[in-house]
Design a protein around this ligand. Structure first.
Ligand code: HAM
Length: 466
């Protein structure tokens, strides 16, 4: 049955009159306002960020894209605690690194245990691998995780004290194809989000290769000591490899003529690295070699890589870092187990896509329901809650604004949803078990039996999806 009908809004505003009772209410409201103004709202901590509703969809999109690609490549979702024993990271990331020496959120808990907020997840997953005997599972164990990491660094654009990573790890197999697979997942995850990256590749060889190389490097750098920056001078004894990725102009000039690690690799490491590069060639993943790439964490051996993208200021920053860590599991007390993985910094992903029209568009195209449910009156609102849950169980999602009572305000909300049809439940419909479906474009209204609502809406949705 199709009919045109004027809907009575039981909440229609009536002319306001000021009564003594109203005056009293206003007085109370004013005094409440005064006390709330005198209290200062707590501030967001430095280097931390809130994800606000306006960015919620984009964050969900990041998560879903990560989930989609990790599933497709056979990685299982895992989660480790945010709080870990501090010694886990000291042993794996290593003393002398910035993360361990300066950046960990480290404290004693109420039992006096030295704990820290995880600065990264690789060591934590390696711990879980050992704790749960994952060595007895079919290898490699491929895992992905997603969540906040904490580093008390100096905050700046793209560098926060709490940031989020999407990571994939593959433990138990040493094969160049594993390294290439991980790089491919990282590269294509970013590509799916419209972020074009450059892959930078290097190999830092085995521990022995590196020790031999460091002796050579330190010898060279000592001969140029006076030209080095103060930071690099201290790193000369603490962590000389890190001098290679210094951003200081004087250091860069010295590094240009420094011995290169690739010349110090054993035959095995050289062959391994060449094979990784061949797999990347076969997969058409563009990369460049960067002999200054050493990574800031100590657990790496052989392949190391970083993916760079331009951020919205046109500046380059590493959006992803990773590599092979064949000694890590042993270092934290497990059986010798090879491993490889990457982590992508999600705030940096967002900085890169900020000016990217395609992804900006994506933020706007959040799939919102095309059907809106409006209710009129207290009783109808109560029934609405049941009806929208019944519809949800049938897979039909409707927009609604239960907090708004006036029909006009609800229809304004419906406009934000790009609504094609509005379902309206008023007092009268409630009494006679009917409900109205209004076509928002033509204005034509159909009154149907409430029991037939699910089918009627499904028909509308089906015709829209054709
Ligand atoms: P990472 O290079 O320390 O590696 O961090 C990976 C990524 O996390 C960086 O490329 C960057 O995008 C992001 N990131 C790091 N620090 C910050 C920060 N303070 N603010 C914002 N973003 C940041 C790791 O964490 C290793 N666990 C990677 C890995 C996994 N290696 C093997 N498996």
């Amino acid at each position: 049955m199709i009919a045109r009908k004027k809907i009575e809004d039981p909440n229609k505003k009536v002319k306001k009159t000021t009564t003594p009772k109203n005056k009293e209410i206003k007085k109370v409201a004013k005094s409440k306002e005064k006390t709330s103004k005198s209290k200062k709202a707590p501030k967001l901590l430095r280097g931390m960020k809130d994800i606000q509703p306006k960015h919620g969809y984009l964050w969900q999109k990041l998560y879903k894209t990560a989930e989609g690609i990790a599933d497709a490549y056979g990685f299982s979702f895992v989660e480790t605690p945010i709080l870990e024993e501090a010694s886990l990271f000291v042993r794996s990331i290593g003393k002398g690194t910035d993360v361990v020496d300066k950046e960990m959120y480290i404290f004693e808990d109420r039992d006096g245990a030295k704990v820290c907020l995880r600065p990264e997840g690789t060591a934590a997953f390696a711990r879980a691998y050992v704790n749960h005997g994952m060595l007895s599972m079919p290898q490699p164990v491929k895992a992905w995780y997603y969540g906040p990491m904490f580093r008390h660094d100096r905050p700046q654009a793209g560098r926060y004290r709490q940031f989020h990573q999407f990571s994939c790890e593959s433990l138990g197999v040493r094969n160049p194809v594993v390294d290439a697979e991980l790089i491919s997942v990282a590269y294509n995850f970013l590509k799916d989000l419209g972020v074009e990256t450059q892959v930078r590749m290097n190999s830092i060889g085995s521990l022995e290769d590196r020790q031999r190389y460091i002796i050579e490097l330190v010898g060279y750098l000592r001969s140029k000591r006076s030209q080095l920056s103060e930071v690099s001078k201290t790193r000369l004894t603490k962590n000389p490899l890190r001098i290679l990725d210094s951003k200081d102009e004087g250091d860069i000039a010295v590094i240009e003529d420094a011995p290169q690690i690739l010349d110090w690799l054993s035959e095995d490491s050289k062959k391994y690295f060449m094979e990784v590069l061949e797999y990347l060639d076969d997969a058409s993943i563009p990369y460049s070699l960067d002999y200054t790439l050493v990574r800031g964490l100590d657990y790496y051996t052989d392949t190391v890589f970083e993916l760079f993208a331009e951020n919205s200021d046109g500046q380059q920053s590493a959006i992803c870092g990773g590599g092979r860590y064949d000694m890590l599991v042993e270092q934290i007390g497990g059986q010798p187990t090879p491993g490889c993985g990457f982590s992508i910094g999600l705030e940096r992903v967002l900085l890169s896509i900020h000016n990217n029209a395609e992804v900006e568009g994506l933020a706007m195209t959040q799939k919102k329901p095309t059907i809106f449910f409006a209710q009129l009156g207290e009783q109808a609102r109560k029934r609405t809650l049941t009806l929208i849950e019944e519809l949800r169980k049938k897979g039909i999602i409707v927009g609604h604004s239960l907090g708004k009572t006036a029909l006009k305000a609800q229809l304004e909300m419906a406009n934000e949803y790009l609504t094609t049809h509005t379902v309206i439940l008023g007092q009268k419909e409630l009494q006679d078990g009917t409900i109205i479906i209004r076509d928002m474009e033509s204005g034509i209204q159909e009154i149907i039996d409430q029991k037939k609502l699910g089918n009627a809406l499904q028909k509308i949705i089906d015709s829209q999806n054709k």
